[in-house]
Design a protein around this ligand. Sequence first.
Ligand code: G6P
Length: 366
Amino acid sequence: GAAELGPYRHYMQKEIFEQPRVIGDTLEGVTGIMPELFGENARAVFKDIDRVLILACGTSYYAGLTAKYWIECIAKLPVNVEIASEYRYRDSVPHPNTLVVTITQSGETADTLAALKHARSLGMPHTLTICNVSTSAMVRECELAYITRAGIEVGVASTKAFTTQLAALFLLTLTLAQVNGRLSADQEAAHLKQMRHLPLAISAVLALEPQVIAWAEEFARKENALFLGRGMHYPIALEGALKLKEISYIHAEAYPAGELKHGPLALVTEEMPVVTIAPNDALLEKLKSNMQEVRARGGQLYVFADVDSRITSGEGLHVIRLPEHYGDLSPILHVVALQLLAYHTALARGTDVDKPRNLAKSVTVE
Ligand code: G6P
């Protein structure tokens, strides 16, 4: 009801603004990296595995894709990420020393539960879930669990569940790195400090809302949009495109920016807004040349840059600057900006933001 919504117009907006708090809640009590955060037997399990298989659907799948970049880079373990509805029906090659990780807000998604059972039936006994509902079927089924503390998510389009999943997955990354001898005490302390600072860093992104609203008013008049990202921000581009299509019904696609010339560049005209995630990382210079390819064809660039990204607005190039460059955790900040863009675009189009047509919050049948 209206009382519950407080100053917000929709649950989705409220849930976007709850993110500083629920990420704090999800990481509360994490004073150091230790396997026991994931369950009693976690230390033995993590010692026994040499690779990771992530299974999920929808937004949770994009959390898994982001985690692949983290785990391979920081823990040095190979990771496969699979869409649950594909994995359960495909002939794959199992490996017994795999940590099977399911990611699910509800813990009740039929395809993800079936994919978990399929993995186990192939001889992979080590299972862990990142889940938002402690009493769910998924938590009962898995050997290990980390419960995110997003609280009840009402909006069908997932927001706070996603960022708390990312926080939990980053914690998993650090834990696997530690067990694997890849995390020094100094690195552990530095990462923990960054994680504790996340709520403040997210609040600073939320403060960009007025600038995002100005963009959303232009987006509301479009029927197509392209999202570009590179590296660990490619999954964030995918999530940004998914949010926009789910609630505003604008057709949106995401591409790793380096793939632009292999297809989507053919779609770029003045009518095509191109949202670009441009953190100040090692790929920034490459990304700038991808942006040039768009501009040369009259495409309108909407760039989420970091404070120090040295990209300046001009003809066909709009820039919103995120207040700080956040290293490995940068995807968590950039996705918040994209959630706001989708939300305000949908609002401007007058759609039923919390209950988009044809979609369900939790898909418990195949
Ligand atoms: C539905 C929801 C999505 C969610 C997906 C997976 O499609 O609308 O927001 O990402 O299911 O749900 P889960 O509960 O497994 O994370």
